[in-house]
Design a protein around this ligand. Structure first.
Ligand code: MN
Length: 273
């Protein structure tokens, strides 16, 4: 089995290495990852320029590709022939931080896995909560313990690759930031709902230009059975996601509003085009 491992934190992330090493025994792992942190880039792809791909070496001496493209570009590179064999499964992560609730729409980690699903491949996204406060003053460095989620994903990937597993389903895994022996179980969850408390702050002004910072923290609606709920209980959260964004009840509402008749007669082309 050919396993493509990618991420959005960049090729030097310890989470990427932990995932690669966890999956080494499951199949043949290839690594293609962004050359720098591309977190929160979601489903972005590179269309206005070509892509650099560089052969690099991970901290354990194994080979990898680094690209100046996005996480989704990494999966496209693999699917379009960068590797000798095309991947059988896409596994993205381990992200340094959770991807819960509405956050999945911003996540590059989840987006890369979604690209796998779009290509008809099994796909898993893996995210880990830090297990303590920041260990440097800038707040960029947090302690992470990947052991519980790494062994879980090692067992999960073969299940997701089984022919009976639905091909349109991406599995998003989130692990709580507690010691591995305190993780009690893994639970199937639904996406919870975020409450974003963002604010806009004027940082500086230069003539006609102003520099703003958008920042803030986020909470969530308490909801039993949600991914947030599992993490708060110290459990690994396992959420199936799919790509079909169509709101079926919204279709009924629009039909009842007869939007089909809204086109003004004067704008409708006489020859029906
Ligand atoms: Mn990230």
């Amino acid at each position: 089995m050919q396993i493509l491992v990618t991420n959005d934190d960049g090729v030097s992330s310890p989470g990427l290495l932990a995932l690669k090493q966890a999956l080494d025994g499951v199949g043949t792992v290839s690594v293609i990852a962004p050359d720098r942190n591309r977190s929160a880039i979601a489903r972005g792809i590179t269309i206005h320029s070509s892509l650099w791909v560089e052969e690099v070496t991970l901290a354990d001496g194994s080979p990898a590709y680094a690209t100046d493209g996005t996480p989704v570009d990494c999966v496209r590179l693999a699917a379009l022939g960068l590797l000798e064999t095309t991947p059988d499964v896409v596994v993205s992560g381990i992200n340094l931080g959770l991807n819960l609730g509405d956050d999945v729409t911003y996540s590059g980690t989840v987006a890369a896995a979604l690209e796998g699903v779009l290509l008809g491949l099994p796909a898993v996204a893996v995210s880990q909560e830090p297990c303590g406060p920041a260990i440097d003053l800038t707040g960029d460095e947090y302690p992470f313990d990947f052991r519980a989620v790494a062994s879980f994903v090692q067992r999960l990937v073969p299940l997701v690759c089984d022919a009976r597993f639905p091909r349109q389903t991406l599995v998003s895994v989130n692990a709580p930031g507690i010691p591995p022996d305190e993780v009690t179980c893994a639970r199937v969850t639904r996406l919870g709902r975020r409450i974003y408390n963002d604010s806009l702050e004027l940082e500086s002004e230069e003539g006609d230009r102003r520099r703003y910072r958008i920042s803030g923290d986020a909470s969530h609606h308490p909801e039993e059975g949600s991914d947030f709920d599992a993490i708060e209980r110290g459990e690994i959260s396992v959420t199936p996601l799919h790509f079909d964004l169509t709101d079926l009840s919204g279709m009924d509402v629009l039909e009842r509003l007869e939007v089909g008749s809204l086109l003004a007669p004067e704008t409708a082309s006489a020859d029906g085009r």
